[in-house]
Write a protein that binds this ligand. Structure first.
Ligand SMILES: Cc1cc2nc3c(=O)[nH]c(=O)nc-3n(C[C@H](O)[C@H](O)[C@H](O)COP(=O)(O)OP(=O)(O)OC[C@H]3O[C@@H](n4cnc5c(N)ncnc54)[C@H](O)[C@@H]3O)c2cc1C
Ligand code: SF4
Length: 523
């Protein structure tokens, strides 16, 4: 292989993990190659068009996976520079302190991480600064504590959401402002990159004001002369030397041809499902079950959270534009009447009729989809699913990705829904409709028909877990493969348990942490 194709570091994937790592390593002067299977998201009006984005799935991959029965599965995931952060809702939470330890759930045990919250804390602070997180420290009753305030003030509630927040507070809860990575300057709107629009969660930001890893990390990293980005570059396979201890080649398909690159360090950050698939595809004589898979955990313990989208319909309209500002964590670790964790309550972006058509909910009596959309508060409930070795990514004989997943630990989630139901019934009387104003809670059908929850793919994690024991984990505490000296993984694969808040900030913070380790290792 020519010297031109040899790099100090090769990073595969540019999402929350890979993009953040590229940003961190760029100033080191090391020769860095970043490989991304997708291209840039085209900037066009359709970026903000619910029909194109949600109904037609214009930007989703057209790749087909399989479920356990061999049925086709169309994953709601995105292959672009910036990965899924181009489309995410930018709710950027720290995991709770308790999530790093062993936590007893109704359905079993959520295992401990090999590092503590204190190990991650400085990197959470750095990630919040890098991704411009807006929030208010101390409001969240389960806040794990931080060494610095949020870099930007919380995004304000619109009147309907403020009203709900006041209602929740009156009922004894501690609702708080969702920490958000949108570059909104409410003090000086003319200078604000973000225009506070209704097409943020699930949409790419047409004006580049969302804190995604393309805009904030990859685009900045490639300004350094030592960093090269190749788009449309699909990492097909990793090859090792005869000992099996070093990755010597990254085999890439780019624009129809095969290319080979080598790196002193190779980092996979393809997302939890694709990184597992890459390692499984890279099986060889020394690694018969898949690269770095002496433990047989690669692909296993797939998690994606238990998520529900619940629409609370009122007779009064909900004119909110940017809805994702309110969260409730009072039931995260349990409640007076239930000793086990239940999870997290927050919002999705304001739903519209086109988006509802893509996953039609049960229709409220006397309502059309249009009416429901304009009268709903659209909640997002997240509970923790537990790592089950049988929930896994594997490959079939054609090399297609097979995703097997059986939901577990559901009781806490059911109780969380019941809590929300009860809270909504206790809202203050509406002056026009009295208590009858609240029609009820309706579940938006988030199942794709293949029994895989849509959000289960969005929050994918856990498939290449880190840990101290090489028999039960594939990566060590620095996210280096136990079995392969120069291979690292920095996407959401490393999670041994998933907590019940959105995973993005933890992936970013961890990439910064691993970045420090790599800088030290590279000297
Ligand atoms: C609609 C939506 C809303 C979300 N909202 C939130 C939110 O509000 N808060 C939050 O924290 N999280 C949210 N998430 C989840 C969040 O986006 C992901 O957790 C995060 O992006 C995962 O980071 P990652 O680095 O693991 O993978 P990704 O961001 O998926 O990046 C993986 C990258 O690898 C590339 N790739 C894959 N395979 C290969 C290959 N073989 N060769 C080369 N490149 C490859 C992909 O194209 C992609 O760019 C949301 C996700 C979605 C889809
Ligand atoms: S303008 Fe603001 S609210 Fe709209 S998509 Fe961009 S970041 Fe999100």
């Amino acid at each position: 292989m020519s010297n031109a194709n040899h790099y100090d570091v090769i990073i595969i994937g540019t999402g929350a993990g890979g993009g953040t790592l590229a940003y961190k390593l760029a100033p080191s002067g090391k020769r860095i190659l970043v490989l991304e299977r997708g291209d840039y998201v085209p900037r066009e009006k359709d970026n903000w068009e619910p029909k194109a984005v949600n109904l037609e799935g214009k930007y989703q991959t057209k790749e087909k996976w399989r479920d356990i029965k061999g049925e086709e599965l169309h994953p709601h995931t995105n292959y672009y520079v910036g990965g899924n952060t181009k489309f995410y809702g930018a709710a950027l939470f720290r995991l709770r302190k308790e999530d790093f330890g062993e936590l007893r759930h109704h359905g079993g045990v959520s295992p401990a991480w090999p590092i503590s919250y204190n190990d991650m804390e400085p990197y959470y602070t750095q990630a919040e600064q890098l991704y411009h997180v807006h929030g208010e420290r101390g409001e969240d009753p389960t806040d794990p504590g931080a060494s610095a305030p949020y870099p930007h003030p919380a995004v304000s509630h619109e009147p309907r959401i403020q009203h709900l927040s006041d209602d929740f507070a009156r009922l004894g809860l501690r609702p708080f402002h969702t920490p958000l990575g949108i570059q909104l300057n409410e003090q000086d709107p003319r200078k604000s990159p973000c225009i506070r629009c209704n097409t943020c969660d699930g949409f790419p930001c047409l004006v580049y004001a969302k804190s995604d890893s393309q805009v904030l990390c990859v685009d900045r990293a490639i300004e350094y002369p030592n960093v090269t980005l190749l788009t449309n570059a699909y990492a097909e396979r990793l090859e090792t030397d005869a000992s099996g201890r070093r990755v010597t080649k990254v085999v890439v398909k780019r624009n129809g041809s095969r290319e080979e690159y080598s790196g002193e360090i190779v980092v996979s950050s393809c997302g939890a499902i694709n990184s597992a698939a890459l390692l499984l595809r890279s099986a060889n004589d020394k690694h018969p079950r898949g690269l770095a898979n002496g433990s047989d955990v690669v692909g296993r313990h797939y998690m994606g959270h238990i998520n529900s989208v619940l629409m609370a319909i009122s007779k009064c309209p909900n004119p909110t534009v940017f809805q994702k500002t309110l969260s409730v964590n009072d039931f995260y670790l349990g409640s007076k009447d239930w000793d086990f964790p239940m999870g997290h309550i927050s919002f999705v972006g304001k739903l519209d009729a086109q988006t509802l058509r893509a996953g039609a909910p049960a229709i409220a009596p006397d309502f059309t989809l249009e009416l429901m959309a304009s009268h709903s508060l659209d909640f997002w409930l997240t509970s923790e699913d537990l790592p089950d070795p049988e929930n896994r990514v594997s490959l079939n004989s054609k090399g297609e990705i097979v995703l097997s997943y059986k939901l577990n630990n559901e009781e806490g989630h059911k109780r969380l829904i019941a809590k929300l139901e009860s809270l909504m019934k206790q809202q203050t009387r509406c002056e026009t409709h009295g208590h009858e104003c609240h029609v009820g809670l309706f579940s938006r059908n988030i199942f794709l028909g293949q029994r895989i929850p849509l959000a289960g793919v969005a929050h994918q994690n856990g498939t290449i877990r880190f840990g101290d024991n090489p028999k039960t984990s594939a990566l060590d505490a620095n996210c280096r493969a136990h079995d392969v000296d120069n291979l690292y993984v920095v996407d959401a694969s490393f999670f041994p348990s998933s907590g019940a808040v959105n995973p993005g900030l933890t992936i970013m913070a961890n990439a910064l942490r691993v970045g420090d380790h790599l800088i030290e290792r590279l000297g």
